[in-house]
Design a protein around this ligand. Structure first.
Ligand SMILES: Cc1cc2nc3c(=O)[nH]c(=O)nc-3n(C[C@H](O)[C@H](O)[C@H](O)COP(=O)(O)OP(=O)(O)OC[C@H]3O[C@@H](n4cnc5c(N)ncnc54)[C@H](O)[C@@H]3O)c2cc1C
Length: 498
């Protein structure tokens, strides 16, 4: 058994704590805010409206996610969206167009011109571009990690899509999708890091279309990954916060809220500066000087990447990881509005609508929340819509007042959804640093994090700035990391017995 300190009670830190405790270790989660869950938080209004602050759904992308829900006895509270929420819309020419779901619909859709459709059909005949994985480029010294050319083979998503599917496919469906997932810019995001499955489809099959027809990317034997086209999305009866709340309740006293970590110290540093983690070698200090320091055998930093620069660390560790704090996070505003159903001209028969940057709307997209989960509105005569603003595309909108932002959203919804009335409910959250952007050259940050862990045994980094931005990605990564930490500890204990 080892004593493990975990900084941050977002879904990464909480899942790690639960899994490591299952493996017999003693865990302590230290969270700066007064609530567990990090970006996952739900407001349940007395009038019957439910609004999410951050994510609205989780994609069930692996058997491990199902296992976590089962471990927590949450299967009875899990909610899959209503079948009526399957359709997705994208704006083209100022109006909403349904995303084609079959080859026949693709042929007929007004979302793309005839020449763009022909370009897509020619995709299997385009030559592949060979991309050398960034893991093969890592330098052996700190100097070379910082200076290795991690941009050399790292193609932007825009470059990749333009090359394989054409400019029109990039400007409408892809730009809309990237706005909806990353609130980001396809010209800046790395296809290899932000959309690794696309890069792998090309690498393995030479074509995205043929790759899809052949069943998608090849998974390693034993993988429990569920293919994206088969993976369902879900939430819980009372909103997504049910998940972190339940994990936190299970962990009980092992979670300390209002405990902002200010420093990580290593009790033993060799003259080379290499830090050894022996029993109780990691000391954690708190921003509140009244909070006594704690010591651990291992420490996991599961906070945000920008939070790294607010924590003091041993010099060499700080030198290695502090650049990771520079990973860009554009601001995003999440505005949830409630209306009388009769005030909306559109049937809201789908998941929502995404807006490409080329269209004349200030919003990134709107989710038809009460179509997905009817209990998010007080009754069937009311509807709930969540709209996102800002992102890399329009960061200045995040600076505007709540009234100005609400006006931008209401004007957009009037045009797109035939909205007539005024909102009955409003819930707004500004995320000044919302989602990490895996831009080209992101491999250098991964190399720094790998190096920090290699040089400082017992220190680990976890979270959406490393292993994927979705909640599903962070849960999957927590399973992998918990196994790795357990193996490291077992290995260390065997070595110290010899
Ligand atoms: C607006 C928005 C919408 C999103 N929509 C979706 C979606 O629909 N589906 C999806 O899958 N994902 C979505 N995401 C992404 C997803 O929510 C996050 O990537 C994920 O929740 C991150 O979890 P995490 O534990 O890695 O980090 P976080 O949730 O950021 O948790 C980090 C925690 O560490 C704490 N912390 C930081 N520094 C310290 C310190 N010094 N001491 C103690 N504690 C500290 C923080 O307070 C925080 O609680 C969305 C995100 C946002 C912002």
């Amino acid at each position: 058994m080892a004593r493990i300190g975990i900084i941050g009670a977002g879904i990464s830190g909480l899942t790690l704590a639960l899994l490591l405790r299952e493996k017999g270790h003693s865990v302590r989660v230290l969270e700066a805010s007064d609530q567990p869950g990090g970006a996952i938080r739900t407001t349940r209004d007395h009038g019957g409206w439910i609004a999410e602050w951050g994510p609205n759904t989780i994609i069930e992308s692996s058997g491990r996610i199902k296992r976590l829900i089962a471990m927590l006895d949450l299967e009875g509270r899990r909610r899959y969206p209503d079948v009526s929420a399957k359709k997705r819309y994208i704006v083209r020419g100022g109006r909403m167009v349904a995303v084609p779901e079959s080859l026949w619909e693709l042929v007929r859709t007004p979302l793309l011109s005839r020449s763009a459709k022909l370009r897509i059909l020619q995709e299997p005949f385009r030559r592949r571009k060979r991309i050398v994985p960034s893991s093969q480029q890592g330098g052996s010294s700190l100097h070379s990690v910082a200076n290795a050319d991690f941009h050399a083979n790292d193609e932007s998503l825009a470059g990749f899509v333009r090359r394989r599917l054409g400019d029109e496919f990039l400007k409408w469906p892809i730009d809309a999708l990237v706005g909806g997932i990353y609130a980001g810019n396809p010209e800046r995001l790395s296809v290899q890091h932000a959309f690794p499955r696309l890069a792998l489809l090309e690498e393995q099959h030479g074509s995205l279309l043929l790759g899809q027809l052949k069943g998608g990317i090849r998974r390693p034997p034993g993988s429990d990954e569920i293919p994206r086209n088969k993976a369902e999305i879900f939430s819980f009866d009372d909103g997504l916060q049910v998940l972190p709340e339940t994990i936190s309740n299970r962990l009980g006293d092992s979670v300390s809220l209002n405990s902002r970590v200010a420093g990580i110290e290593s009790a033993h540093a060799a003259p080379s500066g290499k830090i050894f983690s022996l029993n109780g070698r990691w000391k954690i200090t708190f921003a509140d000087p009244m909070e006594p320091p704690l010591t651990f055998d291992s420490v996991i930093y599961a906070g945000t990447s920008h939070g790294l620069k607010t924590i003091t660390m041993p010099d060499r560790l700080s030198e290695t990881v502090s650049p990771v704090a520079e990973v860009p996070h554009p601001p995003v505003v999440s505005l949830t509005l409630g209306f009388h159903r009769r005030d909306i001209g559109h049937p809201l028969d789908g998941f929502g609508v995404l807006v490409p940057g080329i269209e004349e709307f200030p919003i990134l997209g709107t989710l038809f929340i009460s179509t997905l989960f009817p209990n998010r509105a007080p009754d069937e005569d009311h509807v709930t819509l969540t709209t996102y603003l800002g992102g890399t595309r329009r960061p200045e909108i995040a600076e505007k007042s709540e009234d100005e932002q609400a006006k931008l959203v209401l004007d957009s919804l009037r045009t797109l959804l035939g909205l007539r009335g005024e909102p009955l409910f409003l819930h707004r959250i500004l995320w000044s640093r919302a989602i990490p952007q895996y831009e080209t050259g992101f491999g250098r940050y991964l190399a720094m994090m790998d190096r920090a862990e290699r040089d400082h045994p017992g220190f680990y980094l976890a979270g959406n700035y490393r292993t994927g931005i979705s909640v599903g990605d962070t849960i999957n990564a927590a399973f992998d990391l918990a196994d790795r930490i357990d193996r490291d500890i077992t290995g260390n204990q065997k070595t110290s017995l010899l």
